[in-house]
Each structure stands twice: as C-alpha cells, then as structure tokens.
Design a protein around this ligand. Sequence first.
Ligand code: NAP
Length: 373
Amino acid sequence: MNKGRRQFITSGLVGGALVGSGLSLGLQPDTAQARDDGALSILVLGGTGFIGPHMVREALRRGHEVTLFNRGRTNNELFPDLETLIGDRDNGLDELKGRTWDAVIDNSGYVPRHVHDSASLLSSSVGHYLYISTVSVYASFANPLSEDSPLATMDDESIEEVTGETYGPLKALCEKRAEAAIGSDRLTVLRPTYICGPGDRTDRYTYWPVRTMDGGSMLWPGKPSDPIQIIDVRDLANFTIDCVERRHAGIYNTVTPPGEFTIGDLLADSVAVTGAAMNPTWVDYEFIRETGLNEGRKLPIWVSPESDSAGGALASGERALNIGLHNRPTRETARDTVSWWKTLPAERTGKLRAGLSREEEVTLLEQWHAANS
Ligand SMILES: NC(=O)c1ccc[n+]([C@@H]2O[C@H](COP(=O)([O-])OP(=O)(O)OC[C@H]3O[C@@H](n4cnc5c(N)ncnc54)[C@H](OP(=O)(O)O)[C@@H]3O)[C@@H](O)[C@H]2O)c1
C-alpha cells in the first residue's frame, strides 16, 4: 500500500418523488411485484447505524415499504413499526431466504465474503442492489480522483480483518463480489467521502463546529483556501433512494464538488452557526508535519495540499451530480450538526472522538506562537 493511500485512510477514513409517477420499474420476473402506486419494497442491510436510519426515513417519506436486516444489537428502538429480520451477515442469512424485494441497500458490507453471500443469495430475488462503498477504495490519493482511478488491491485476499490499512482494499473487493453476483446492469455502487451531519458517530466533521462553540484560541490547519470534501448524510440518503427508484446502475463518487468547499468555509460555517467568539490560528504545513498532526484523526477531514494524499480532497462528483445528487449548503450541515449535538447526553459530548483535546491544542498553540513570535 503506498504512503498516500495510507495517510488518507488513517486520517479519516442525495431527492425526488417518483412514487405514484407510474414509472416503469422493469422488474426481473421472479422479484417482487411492483405496486400500482409505484411504491417499492426495499430491504436495508444495516438500517440502524448512522447512515441507515436517514435512508430508511427517506424511503418511508416517499411511501416505500422497508424491511430491516441486522443482528439486533444497534439502536433496536429506532423503527418499532418496521419488519426487522434478525441475522448475522457472517453465515446467518437464513431469514432472507424465500423472500423477494424490489431493491436492497447494502450499508453494512465490509467483508467480501459477506457481500458475496448476500448478493448471491438475493441475486434472483431482488430487482436492484445498491452497495455503499467508499472513496477509500482508490489505490492512490496523490492526484484528483475519478470513478475510473485504479483501485487498491490486497496481496492476501483471504484477510477479513478491517483495519485502517485493509478497509479500502476490502471495500474494493466487496464491490467486485457484488458485481460478480448481481451483474453491472442491476448494481449501483456509491463511494461516499466523509459522511457527516446529525447522527455521525465519528465526530470527524462534528469536531470543527463543536470545538468552535467553546470559543477562545483555536488551531486551524494549513490555509483557509485548502479544499476539503464531505457529503451530508441526508444528501447521501436522498441520492441513494433516487438511485433505487430510478435504477441508476453504475459507480458514483458521492462528494461535494472538488474545490468548492474549503477548510476556511468550514471555519466560517462554524462561527456563523455557533455565534462563538473564536480566535483562529492557522498553523502551516511544516509545523503540522513536524508535530505529527497529519497522522490519525487530530485534524480530521483536512488534507494537506502538499502531501501525497492531496487528491483525496479532490474527488470528482460529476457523475452523481449529472444524475441528480444535490449537495445542500454546507452551512445547513453545520447548523444541524450543532443542533443535534446539543441534544446528546453529557457522557457522549464529554469527549470528542476526533480532533485535538483542549490540552493538546493549548500546548500546540504555545509551541506555534513561541516559534513564530
Ligand atoms: N462514516 C463515513 O464517513 C463513511 C464514509 C464512506 C463510506 N462509509 C460506509 O458507510 C457504511 C457505514 O454505515 P453506518 O455507519 O451507518 O453503519 P455501520 O455502523 O457500519 O453498520 C451498522 C448497521 O449494520 C448492522 N450490522 C453490523 N454488522 C452486522 C452483521 N454482521 N450482520 C448484520 N447486520 C450488521 C447494524 O445493526 P446490528 O448491530 O444490530 O447488527 C447496523 O444496523 C459502511 O458501508 C461504510 O463503509 C462510511
């Protein structure tokens, strides 16, 4: 694995109303029958984590019927009125046998064998398969990415342990297994970048507006003009349901347009939605490298334009935009993330899961000012 790939993954890593439109769904003969009102039956593999609930709510809002499949461990209380099939993707798919759906949304596939098993089992009983992948699948992040950029590979394809190093190559293999079982005509692969917004459990985007809320001196990386990319979880959810309704086969990066959103914009959004008296100090690339701040999740989402991961913040989203991905104003994402954060219990908000601790930040700012006064 090259250094650029590793740095990018360790540092981190869309609506329409077709219901009732009479759109022809072109279902395979042995899949579920299309309902007269255009509503679809959708199976969601992993509907109770972070992104799943947004997709489930959007599908329900558009009048579709949703079935959940999971182990019954995560957020069981979320959808008491929905049919939930209990099973484990690791050799526990029996509950899916003999059932038909118009479409499946696969959110929880990290291991190629799991994706092979579900896609093979469902191949003749679902009309369309949508697999949630990631931009981490690419082999290198040195240059701007497109869907045709080479994918990461693994020497040993039997490895199933998901780590910072194997996550991307495993997801690339998952894509291949899905295509082998389903065929490219009935498969959508979405490759999101950092997914953010209400419910995000990683705090990678959340760190910036939430830290801003506390005000005072705050460390910001690089230059305000440095590009960053995100996808609001609600925009991803809208686009996912669009793809399922319209059967958009193909591979799509799901990102904000490259170069349009910068770390300076994130600062401006954070200040605007929190109204905090925050005093930013921009530290340069050399300082970030010397202090090791470019490793891990210390400066989440930001990517140094001078590093060999710079292309990771410049993925093309044109294909998805051309078929209707809508990115809401990033200020809305900041506003709703902060509003959601304020509803969380103290034991969750006490310690952010990404970014600098206050102690680390104070020490680093002292170091920076000492060297630059
Ligand atoms: N977060 C990001 O920034 C980001 C960026 C790009 C791509 N992605 C992709 O987005 C997806 C993650 O979505 P997420 O964070 O909402 O979910 P997640 O935490 O990966 O998965 C949670 C959901 O999957 C179910 N699940 C987990 N393991 C299972 C198993 N072995 N068998 C059956 N069900 C299982 C969970 O329910 P139970 O626990 O009850 O089983 C829950 O419903 C992944 O595909 C990831 O690669 C994320």
